[in-house]
Design a protein around this ligand. Structure first.
Ligand code: ADP
Ligand code: ASP
Ligand code: MG
Length: 407
């Protein structure tokens, strides 16, 4: 008997019929003798719709209330799936994150899992039931409902697989695994057979929303192998995210990630003296603005420019904070640019081999795409470019690095 955690994403449970299909798949696994825990997302665009409802009440919903509201999306799916399983003659029970024993920090909207009390889930499994857990939520010490941030149901699934010491963790979505690039914008993209945690984490943090980055972190920490596959096409094997054992990945780029939207803030004419960066970035952090790429120009006559990117949703807040410290910084001017995006190439093989950056820049140049900013890690190069050119950049780089070829 295998212990299995499965997760079905929003598009896989988008309608009553979709949920009935999922129920049939889960029932087949249960009947085959496996112990099954199912994590579900909210149906289709429910989470977006709940946000929109909150915005009709106020432009600034209280984070505690917003989390209770958003958590109901996954609760709905969990109860419906349980009913559909009952209808198939399978004993099942739905649990909210709190009922499943998922304890979190009290940071609404981006809570982190602090521990999982598995007793209730184990008792239900011992009774021969399928356990269905509402994804992307938990409960704080004070018993307030919290959520994990967009895409967070993946993290519920991987964390449950770790806590329950499951044999397999299966993430079912609307594409056949992790592709070399987003298949929606790059028709030549192909699914990877497998990928290491490190590469997957870089792809997830730079825009490949197919996996929640924190799910990959938890997977790496607890050595949970994660299979990502299609909930629609059962014949495709999907992709295994695991501790990679293949020696030497052939010095290759493994994947390309993109973000359609990012915004840039430039603080001009800042006196180049110690403490300036802290003076700028501490208040941004205090205001909960997460900063991506940061570039400080070489100073000319002891004056420098500081540029950083933020998600477009954080731009107004970032500008408010920067304007507030502008005088203290002694800065001349603050300018911003909203219509930018990013494209990133990722591969562990890049760490030891030269030439990848040059190839990336040349490819973008040949496609007449101007590079606004560049940032790198050992295994990633990211370029900030115009938002409108992101699709072209992904396709050109996919060709240049020959990612359509089997590895
Ligand atoms: P779910 O609702 O199942 O969690 P998501 O919408 O969060 O699904 O993630 C799946 C989507 O991620 C795909 O439809 C695809 O457009 C997008 N995506 C982005 N990058 C990739 C990639 N490298 N491989 C596969 N899908 C990707
Ligand atoms: N429903 C949540 C979202 O849309 C969480 C998830 O689907 O993973 O972001
Ligand atoms: Mg998702």
């Amino acid at each position: 008997m295998a212990h299995v955690v499965q997760k079905y994403g929003g598009s896989s449970v988008a309608s009553a019929d979709h949920i009935k299909r999922v129920a049939r798949r889960v029932a087949a696994r249960h009947t085959a003798g496996d112990q099954v825990v199912v994590v579900v997302s909210a149906m289709g665009d429910t989470t977006d719709e709940l946000y929109a409802l909150a915005e009709q009440m106020t432009s600034n919903p209280h984070p505690r209330e917003l989390d209770v509201l958003l958590s109901t999306g996954e609760t709905i799916t969990s109860t419906l799936l349980s009913m559909a399983l009952h209808e198939l003659g399978v004993d099942a029970v739905s649990l909210s994150g709190a009922q499943a024993g998922i304890r979190t920090t009290a940071v609404f909207g981006r809570a982190r899992i602090s521990g999982i009390h598995t007793d209730r889930m184990e008792a239900e499994l011992a009774q021969g039931r399928v356990v269905i857990v509402a994804g992307f939520q938990g409960v704080s010490e004070d018993l307030d409902v919290t959520t994990f941030g967009r895409g967070g149901s993946d993290t519920t699934a991987v964390a449950l697989a770790a806590a329950l010491k499951a044999d397999t963790c299966e993430i079912y979505t609307d594409v056949a695994g992790i592709y070399t690039a987003d298949p929606r914008i790059c028709p030549n993209a192909r699914p990877l057979r497998d990928i290491g945690y490190e590469e997957m984490l870089e792809l997830a943090t730079t825009g490949a929303r197919v996996m929640h980055a924190r799910a990959v972190e938890v997977g790496e920490l607890y050595d949970v192998a994660i299979r990502v596959a299609s909930s629609f096409d059962e014949s495709a094997p999907g992709t295994l995210i695991h501790r990679e054992t293949t020696m030497e990945q052939g010095n290759k780029v493994r994947g390309i990630a993109h973000q359609d939207h990012t915004a840039k803030v430039t603080v001009r004419g800042v006196p180049d003296r110690p403490g300036i960066a802290a003076l700028l970035f501490e208040p941004l952090a205090d205001a909960g603005v997460s900063v991506d790429t940061i570039v400080q120009n070489a100073s000319v006559e002891k004056l420098t420019d500081m540029t950083f990117t933020v998600s477009p949703g954080d731009l107004t807040e970032a500008l408010r904070v920067v304007e507030a410290v502008k005088a203290e910084l002694g800065a001349a001017q603050v300018v911003s640019e909203p219509d930018l995006g990013t494209v990133s190439v990722v591969g562990t093989g890049m760490a030891s081999a030269p030439g990848f950056a040059a190839r990336m820049f040349k490819t973008l140049h040949e496609a007449s795409i101007n590079i606004d900013m560049i940032s790198t890690s050992d295994i990633r190069i990211t370029c900030v470019i115009a938002s409108a050119q992101v699709g072209d950049a992904v396709r050109a780089l996919h060709d240049a690095f020959e990612l359509d070829r089997q590895d």
